[in-house]
Design a protein around this ligand. Structure first.
Ligand SMILES: C[S@@+](CC[C@H](N)C(=O)[O-])C[C@H]1O[C@@H](n2cnc3c(N)ncnc32)[C@H](O)[C@@H]1O
Length: 330
């Protein structure tokens, strides 16, 4: 087969020299993520960080590591919001292939630190880790190959343990995105957390609701486009959260939705009192805009439906970190 498999083509399109992310394209120019909506996601994550800090007894150094940080909007905002409270104990690292302009208080790195204490975040990172694609063709499961124009070619018949276990294919035309590469990437990232928590926020699925025909797609300048691996667009596919969770053995795991997580972290969602409009019109406007942003982050049909996979080290309960009260230490 002269054409590359999807994983190789996808990798080249995003990360080879001149590729979409390798040449410094930023999500802000192409698609909307929760990190770009406003400061509210950072606020919620700073609350989670405070709970981790409390549960760890206030360690001398507390890390926030944002893996696949894009333009650094989330890392920069978390630094701003948590800096006053945590002072010199706070160390924020943004991991990105092509760092943008320097940001106060944020260290940019092309790779993860060897070890950290605090909160590791992969916000829409795993969906951009390339995968193989497999499909059923003439009753056999084959690997899918692709050319730079996006034309697909059924390739070898393959037996893939990951696919059989996590994404069984039944009928002609069924497709799976093989999440093994995400499992490996996630497990390697989580292994850097000596104490604290790792959080993947992404669109995803579990065995109970795998999409029959996969989710591979492209984004360019605000539009969803066909997935063409020529470096002209982002390429993305939803994350198999259940296999990622099992690949990274930690003490505690919870998988929930962004909508539920934001509520558990105390992000208010109610509309401002009507009386405020008369007594403080600017305050009313600001609060109304904030309520709109929170509603976008909580929308069950949109960003609110994103998965939050939270995994913790010994002594920290992920449910405690996502409860409405004080952190619970197990
Ligand atoms: C979908 S974007 C999300 C960016 C940002 N987290 C956000 O939500 O706006 C994925 C980002 O992960 C980065 N990325 C993917 N693999 C990476 C790696 N191994 N090391 C560093 N950055 C990586 C890409 O360059 C890209 O900027």
């Amino acid at each position: 087969m002269s054409h590359p498999s999807w994983r190789d083509a996808w990798h080249a399109a995003l990360y080879a020299p001149g590729g979409f992310f390798a040449r410094g394209e930023r999500p802000a120019g192409h698609f909307r993520t929760s990190a770009l909506v406003g400061p509210e996601l950072a606020e919620a994550l700073v609350e989670m960080l405070a709970r981790i800090d409390h549960a760890l007894g206030g360690p001398p150094r507390l890390d926030v590591v944002d893996m696949g940080a894009g333009g650094g909007e989330l890392a920069g905002m978390m630094r701003e919001l948590a800096g006053a409270q945590l002072g010199r104990r706070l160390h924020v690292t943004a991991v990105e292939l092509v760092p943008p302009a320097p940001m106060e208080g944020v260290r940019w790195s092309p790779s993860l630190p060897d070890e950290m204490v605090g909160l590791l975040i992969g916000h829409e990172w795993l969906d951009s880790v390339p995968c193989e694609v497999m499909m059923v063709r003439e009753a056999r499961t084959v690997r899918v190959h692709v050319d730079r124009a996006g034309n697909e070619y059924p390739g070898d018949v393959v037996s893939c343990r990951w696919q059989r276990r996590w994404w069984p294919l039944c009928s002609e035309g069924d497709r799976a995105e093989v999440g093994e590469s995400r499992d490996v990437a996630w497990a390697a990232a989580v292994s850097r957390v000596r104490a604290g928590a790792a959080l993947a926020i992404d669109y995803g699925h579990t065995r109970a609701d795998r999409p029959r025909h996969g989710t591979l797609t492209g984004y360019r300048r605000g539009r969803q486009v066909p997935p063409v691996p020529d470096g002209s667009c982002d390429l993305t596919a939803h994350v198999a959260f259940d296999s990622c969770a099992l690949a990274a053995p930690t003490d505690g795991t919870v998988l929930t939705t962004q909508r539920a997580a934001l509520a558990a972290l105390g992000l208010p969602s109610g509309a401002p009192a009507a009386a405020l409009a008369a007594s403080d019109p600017l305050g009313w406007l600001a609060t109304t805009a904030r309520v709109g942003r929170v509603a976008e982050l909580r929308d069950p049909a949109g960003l609110g439906g994103y998965g939050w996979l939270l995994q913790t080290t010994a002594g920290l309960s992920p449910r405690g970190l996502l409860s409405c009260g004080l952190p619970s230490v197990t």
